[in-house]
Write a protein that binds this ligand. Structure first.
Ligand code: GLC
Length: 477
């Protein structure tokens, strides 16, 4: 079976968030299981030179959309047995940031057309195109609008995977023809609530809509979590699926991670504490084994639960624990963590930067990991924390609910600490419970072992993807 993932990012080429991690690991797992899974990406200038060196030029074509007729270079590279194709166009992809330009609409409509145009050129006609988020949600729309009458395209099925429903690609209705190259007969498909809404059109056009956890698939059917799209999804709930993400367990592995000082695994768990000492030294925090170190690696945004901190900063500062928060994001929350460090310098570090090396040191060195997200489609950080034997404290929402089972000291089952309502004091209580478990040596050991024995790889999840693709392809015959 042939699958083509169309995406706006994929590690190790270009990664902004969790989508990049998924595109850097799921296709490889599918290939291991005999699926011919490939990925197609924009050739951003942000791709690092060492990765650019791996690219091989194939050819170039022109891609038309509306009145435009644009250059489209095609490159490819192979990583971990997976073929990655790249669409080159300097005007669109030579820019510092991957998302958030004024012309995002033009960039991604070009890319989505290009994905479809290059298929016969690269000689890869997939059984299924799996688009991801709004950036590539036009692929199923264009496929239906312009390509179905061509023999090669007739049987291609489509999946649209939603990694975050908050971002929908909304545009002024006036650009339907000029930018999207569509005429008035596509208007009702493209429009929602007064705007052109690309994600909505993708949801209506794709054969299956998947999202990245079972719980999130349920949540987005309701107004609180769907950012307006619950009507659309409810009307199509029979084609909605939720498959929990895995992580690349070769990359995130405390037994081999080059960024951490002392390697460890479940059998050498006692070595974890050397990483705690190392991290404290680097952060100039006092090194006493008695005190738990609480870490957080996150985008500093309200989606990630940062607003919960405000009312309880004083109380958190009084707890017998140290805190390290790593991340970048909105100015407001960058100032929040900097300010907390300044007011409680003996216990708190707010490290405002993006560093995967520092992230590894925190996953390995911390005892407890905070993830109080307001909403969380899946969440990968809690899975990484578990892999490193670091106890997750999570709000039971989305993928956090699916992946973190609260620890029960009676039965010694479970591997995390959870809180149910999105409330600062419930969060504070969960942090206190996690600290309590840390001070209870027997339970501390049990909970860490439970966390580390979880299978957070793509092994099971990739089987669910395969079953979904088979269901689609079989339905055709
Ligand atoms: C997005 C979501 C996150 C998910 C990731 C990968 O970043 O916010 O929850 O894990 O995509 O699917």
């Amino acid at each position: 079976m042939k699958i083509l993932f169309a995406a706006s990012e994929a590690a190790p080429f270009v990664k902004v968030g969790g989508l990049g991690d998924v595109m850097g690991s799921l296709p490889a797992e599918l290939c291991k299981k005999g699926i011919d899974a490939r990925v197609i990406l924009p050739l951003y200038s942000a791709i690092k030179p060492e990765m650019r060196d791996k690219l091989e030029y194939i050819t170039n074509i022109n891609v038309g959309n509306s009145w435009r007729n644009s250059y489209c270079g095609i490159f490819k590279a192979e990583v971990k047995g997976v073929t990655y194709y790249f669409i080159d166009n300097e005007q669109y992809f030579h820019r510092e940031k991957v998302y958030g330009s004024m012309d995002d609409g033009e960039i991604f409509t070009f890319f989505s057309r290009a994905v479809l145009e290059v298929l016969p050129v690269i000689d890869f006609i997939p059984d299924v195109i799996n688009a991801n988020d709004w950036h590539t949600a036009m692929v199923p729309v264009y496929l239906n609008a312009f390509y179905r009458d061509r023999e090669e395209y007739r049987n291609i099925k489509t999946v649209l995977s939603i990694h975050n429903i908050e971002f929908q690609g909304k545009f002024n209705p006036y650009v339907l023809g000029e930018l999207f190259g569509l005429d008035v007969c596509h208007k009702s498909l493209m429009m929602y609530d007064g705007d052109i809404n690309v994600l909505k059109a993708g949801i209506e056009s794709a054969d299956i809509v998947s999202t990245v956890s079972r719980q999130y698939a349920e949540e987005i059917l309701h107004p609180e979590h769907s950012f307006g799209l619950y009507h659309i999804l409810n009307a199509r709930r029979e084609k909605l699926r939720g498959i929990v993400n895995g992580i690349d367990t070769d990359v995130f592995n405390p037994a081999t991670d080059k960024a951490i000082k002392t390697k460890y695994d479940i059998k050498r768990l006692q070595n974890k504490r050397f990483n705690k000492s190392d991290l404290r030294k680097q952060m100039a925090l006092s090194d006493s084994e008695d005190i738990p170190l609480i870490g957080m690696v996150t985008r500093l945004t309200s989606q990630k639960g940062l607003d919960l901190f405000y009312p309880i900063l004083g109380e958190l500062s009084k707890l017998p624990a140290q805190f390290i928060i790593l991340g970048t994001g909105s100015e407001e929350y960058e100032n929040l963590v900097r300010g907390w460090e300044a007011s409680c310098h003996e216990k708190v570090r707010g490290v405002v930067m993006f560093s995967s090396e520092m992230a590894s040191k925190i996953y390995a060195g911390a005892d407890i990991f905070l993830m109080p997200s307001k909403s969380e489609p899946c969440g990968l950080s809690q899975l990484i924390a578990m892999r490193y034997g670091t106890i997750p404290v999570v709000h039971t929402v989305g993928g956090l609910k699916d992946t973190v089972m609260p620890y029960n000291p009676e039965t010694k089952e479970g591997w995390g600490v959870t809180f149910q309502s999105y409330d600062s004091y419930d969060f504070l209580d969960a942090v206190k419970r996690a600290i309590g478990l840390y001070y209870d040596k027997e339970n501390r050991k049990a909970i860490r072992k439970n966390a580390m024995s979880r299978d957070v790889s793509w092994d099971n999840a990739s089987e669910e993807y395969i079953a979904m693709y088979k269901e689609l392809v079989k339905g055709d015959n």
